[in-house]
Structures are given as C-alpha cells and as structure tokens.
Design a protein around this ligand. Structure first.
Ligand SMILES: *Cc1c(COP(=O)(O)O)cnc(C)c1O
Length: 232
C-alpha cells in the first residue's frame, strides 16, 4: 500500500471510531479529501485507493485538476468563492461549502437558474466572528433565513465552519457544538431540515465528528503537510 492509501485507511478508521462515540454509524460521516496544492498524480493515488469525493478551495486549481483525473470523481468547492467565478465552477461541482453571504447565495441562485442547475450548498458561518474570515454572522443568519429559502434553485444542505485555529484541539469543540446548536435553531425557525454539518479538518476532525459533523474536510493528514500555508 502507498503511504497515501495507508493514511486514508487510518483517517477512515479514526472517523468511524469517532462516529461510534457520537452514537452513529461509520457511513453517517463522509470523508471529503482536500487535495488543494497537491498535483493530480498525487490525488490519483487517493482515487486508486477508492476515494471518490474531493475538495478544492480555489476555482482555478479545481478546474485545472478535474480534466486530469477520472471523471468518476466528485468535487466540492470549500474555499472562498467570488461572484464572478460562479458561472465557471457551478457545472463542475456537486456542492459548495462556502456560501458566505446572502448576496453570494443570490448570485449562485440566479446563475444556477440560467444554467438549469440545482446546486447543493452549505452556509458558511464565521463561528469565531473573526475579521479575517468570510461567512455569515451566527446571529444575523437567523434574520436572513427567510430570504435564503426564497432562492429556489439552491438545495441548502446545512452549515459549515472553520473555527479559529488553536493548537489545542479541544478548543475547537465549543465551536463545533455551537454550529450544531445553530443548525437546530435554524431548522426550527425555517421549518425545514438542515441535515448536514461540514466541520473538522486534519487536526480536529475527530472532535468535529463527536459533535455531529456529517462531512469532514481532511487534507494534510492524508497527503502530508503543504509547502506553503494556505489562505482559507
Ligand atoms: C485546506 C482546507 C481544509 C483541510 O485542511 P487540512 O488541515 O489540510 O486537513 C479544510 N477546509 C478548508 C476550507 C480548507 O481550506
């Protein structure tokens, strides 16, 4: 087995164990393998090991990589999306985790209508209220829900977050629990299910799963560390 195949297996087992600790089955939590900055031949090793679901944070890199890899792979966009790139990326992704504002949601909805698509989206919540990050404010999103539900091309799956980075992973737990609680609140408010929680990265995915993540976004625990720190 290649190292990547071994890493994948280890991460899968850790996800499954954490799912068990939260009273769920391994199949209840999806693993999104984040391939940003890694070349197609490296990504192919993960695909050869049976992984089909991948995530990228930049539109340009995503569009460059897709044609180099098997067409059976599924792609999610997880990074900041500018409105002027929506049209380019929409036909190629199964879901967008980074819907960070009502304006962006409206743009995606309009363009999806023009293209005849019904994209799956996650609302990214700026759980740490960090000035350096994009995302809905946890308080004001409640007041924007009605407008969001008017966007009839969007399948709103649930919520996504990136907690403030902390070396001690337990510091992420309250943010993950908070995202779950916000989800519960929005479900009541909107009267519609928001079943998915996209949370947890290489250093904290087990805690995220314990707190209810349904999809974890894991890169460096599988491919090794990236040469350059990446903006999120
Ligand atoms: C890079 C990235 C990840 C994966 O980070 P790792 O620490 O490599 O697992 C997850 N989510 C987002 C939004 C990212 O940009």
């Amino acid at each position: 087995m290649s190292t990547i195949a071994e890493n994948l297996e280890t991460v899968r087992q850790r996800v499954a164990a954490a799912a068990g600790r939260s009273g769920r089955k391994p199949g209840d939590v999806e693993l999104l393998v984040v391939s940003k900055t890694f070349p197609a031949e490296v990504v192919r090793e993960a695909a050869d090991a049976g992984q089909t679901l991948f995530g990228e944070n930049k539109v340009q890199e995503l569009l460059a990589k897709i044609p180099l890899l098997p067409s059976s792979l599924r792609w999610h966009l997880i990074g900041h999306l500018q409105s002027n790139k929506v049209r380019k990326v929409l036909p190629f992704v199964e879901a967008i985790h980074s819907v960070t504002s009502l304006d962006l949601a409206k743009d995606i909805n309009r363009i999806a209508g023009e293209l005849g698509l019904f994209p799956k989206v996650y609302l990214e919540i700026n759980v740490g209220a960090e000035a350096s990050k994009f995302g809905f404010d946890a308080k004001s999103v409640c007041g924007q829900l009605e407008e969001l539900y008017k966007l009839d091309r969007l399948f709103i799956q649930g919520l996504m977050c990136i907690p403030p980075f902390a070396p001690e992973v337990e510091k992420s737990r309250p943010y993950f629990a908070g995202l779950r609680e916000l989800r519960d609140k929005l479900e009541k408010l909107g009267g519609a299910p928001l079943p998915k929680l996209s949370m947890g990265m290489s250093h904290d995915f087990e805690i995220a799963v314990e707190e209810g993540a349904t999809i974890v976004r894991v890169g460096s625990a599988i491919f090794g560390s990236r040469a350059v720190p990446q903006p999120q």
